[in-house]
Design a binder for this molecule. Structure first.
Ligand SMILES: NC(=O)c1ccc[n+]([C@@H]2O[C@H](COP(=O)([O-])OP(=O)(O)OC[C@H]3O[C@@H](n4cnc5c(N)ncnc54)[C@H](OP(=O)(O)O)[C@@H]3O)[C@@H](O)[C@H]2O)c1
Length: 330
């Protein structure tokens, strides 16, 4: 018999007595502020679960957050942990999570800015979790949440993309872009896509109408009469793309659109938006991956202790698709 009261968590009984390596920022700066710190293992209470993280991916927002650029965080919010998406196994359950999940379940999560996914242990609300299909390994699962929700919500919720429409996707070999291309092809759209020359064959293999070398070709010469531009670059790339849209077409950008230009040209712009956790959408994407319809490009997986190298590689080496941290060895 224990003295546990009904309000205490089951997690209390199984609290792992190990260091919880966490990517931890105690001041803003370049990549050199990114380091592992040993933090206490958090406790799952009520409707939360404790996840033993197997893998977490790196997204541009991680180094933007570390630099204090985006999302805007003040010095009063330091220190904090980094990372938005993870895969792993449930280690312990809060008292009200029992009817939703079981210890040992393999799960994927897209977590909020208030926590960090790049850690050995993370507490997540049970409703935020999606079951990992058995066909998907941990690195692939961890590569999905933020990039996939950005691609899906940008194309379908904001861009209203439909079968038969023509869409131009910029950055088609990137973390977001390679998934956006595959979702648009799956939907039945005609897809034009920009990428670096070395990625063109890969992008062609995803089923696009035309893969365009953004460094050596003018995308204006190959993609016209568009219903949707899915922009991941902003700046000049976005500015040049507006005139390729039909009147009444839509500009969706992961970095926000030039709304005034849209008004001038009769183009619908979607005000700056951010990908949101959505369990139903993530589960649908996971099923597409499990079925082999969508293939996640994991460029490289780094052991968690190599987190600095992993960030530098992601930031500087132009990976194709995603870079993943493996908490349990490479
Ligand atoms: N709003 C949101 O919720 C949201 C969510 C996720 C991401 N984002 C933002 O969206 C952007 C893309 O994210 P990501 O994860 O896909 O980044 P990523 O993995 O770094 O991919 C960016 C891709 O863009 C390509 N690229 C660079 N310059 C280009 C150009 N002029 N024209 C066409 N392609 C070009 C790069 O190719 P090379 O490396 O070969 O040059 C790379 O493949 C980032 O700025 C990120 O912060 C926003």
């Amino acid at each position: 018999m224990t003295d546990q009261t009904p309000d205490q968590t089951v997690a209390d009984q199984h609290q792992p007595l190990v260091p919880n390596r966490t990517v931890w920022i105690d001041h803003f700066g370049d990549l050199d502020v990114i380091a592992l710190s040993e933090r206490p293992v958090p406790q799952a209470v009520d409707d939360e679960v404790l996840v033993r993280v197997a893998a977490a991916s790196i997204n541009p927002v991680d180094w933007k957050t570390a630099a204090g650029e985006f999302p805007p965080k003040g010095a009063d919010q330091l220190p904090f942990a980094l990372g938005r998406d993870l895969s792993g196994r449930i280690e312990a359950l809060g008292t009200r999570a029992h009817n939703m999940r079981s210890v040992g379940d393999r799960v994927i999560a897209f977590i909020g800015q208030d926590r960090g996914a790049q850690a050995d242990y993370v507490v997540v609300k049970a409703v935020e979790l999606v079951a990992t299909p058995e066909q998907i390994d941990d690195a692939t699962a961890a590569a999905l949440p933020l990039a996939a929700m950005t691609a899906w919500q940008g194309l379908f919720d904001h861009g209203k993309l439909e079968a038969g429409q023509r869409v131009l996707i910029h950055g088609a070999a990137g973390g977001v872009g390679h998934l956006a291309v595959q979702f648009a092809v799956w939907k039945g759209a005609t897809v034009f896509a920009t990428a670096s020359g070395r990625d063109l064959d890969y992008v062609r293999s995803l089923g696009v109408e035309r893969a365009i070398d953004y460094k050596n070709e003018r995308f204006e010469d190959h993609a016209t009469d568009l219903d949707l531009v899915y922009d991941t670059q902003g700046g000049e790339t976005q500015a040049r793309s507006f005139t390729l849209l039909k009147k009444g077409g839509t500009m969706v950008s992961t970095l926000g659109p030039d709304e005034e230009r849209g008004r001038e040209l009769g183009i619908r712009t979607v005000p700056r938006w951010h990908a949101e956790p959505n369990g139903a959408q993530l589960a649908q994407v996971a099923e597409l991956v499990a079925a082999g319809t969508v293939k996640v490009a994991v460029d490289r997986t780094f052991a968690f202790d190599q987190v600095r190298e992993a960030y530098a590689y992601t930031h500087d080496e132009h990976p194709r698709g995603k870079v993943v941290l493996s908490m349990q060895g490479e």
